[in-house]
Design a binder for this molecule. Structure first.
Ligand SMILES: [Zn+2]
Length: 165
């Protein structure tokens, strides 16, 4: 299928992640779910960036990845683009990556939540998990302090997940 992407420089990947993390922190500062993302073009430019706005917009469909994707506007092709996100993408956002043929996915961390990134890798998306401590700490703190909101966001029952009611 598509030609392989040029090798990803880890320093470049960290720079992209910093954009996503800045978005996640902005979300946290506004009382929202602290997940951020950016869509990166083939030349490394930021096409769009955003964060989860479930709380802020009262809209469960505004995830970090969908916000970044929409901020980027219409792109002729997503070949060669990279979605960078602070947290492993849920199924909804994994579906977005596959639907639009985004070539690469860079993930801050997949410790606190593991979504569809293995599935994307199986379908030819280049997946890079940076296992970034700052991302994991931000998410871990949020889950500990906002369990209701977290379980609402990932669509699970707190009781089933062993959380408190
Ligand atoms: Zn999502």
């Amino acid at each position: 299928m598509a030609a392989p992407l040029p090798p990803l420089d880890p320093t470049v990947a960290r720079g992209w992640l910093a954009v996503a993390l800045e978005e996640a922190r902005a979300g946290a500062a506004a009382g929202g779910v602290p997940i951020g993302a950016a869509l990166i073009g083939g030349d490394g430019e930021v096409l769009g960036r955003g964060h989860n706005r479930r709380v802020q917009d009262d809209d469960p469909s505004v995830h970090a990845e969908t916000a970044a994707f929409r901020a980027a506007g219409r792109q002729r092709s997503y070949r060669g683009t990279t979605m960078v996100t602070t947290l492993s993408p849920c199924w909804y956002c994994s579906g977005l990556v596959r639907q639009f043929g985004i070539s690469r996915l860079v993930i801050g961390e997949a410790r606190t939540f593991s979504g569809g990134h293995d599935w994307l890798a199986e379908h030819g998306v280049e997946v890079v998990v940076l296992d970034d401590p700052a991302c994991a700490e931000l998410m871990g703190d949020f889950i500990a302090t906002h369990p209701h909101l977290w379980h609402e966001d990932i669509g699970t029952d707190e009781q089933d997940a062993g959380g408190r009611a």
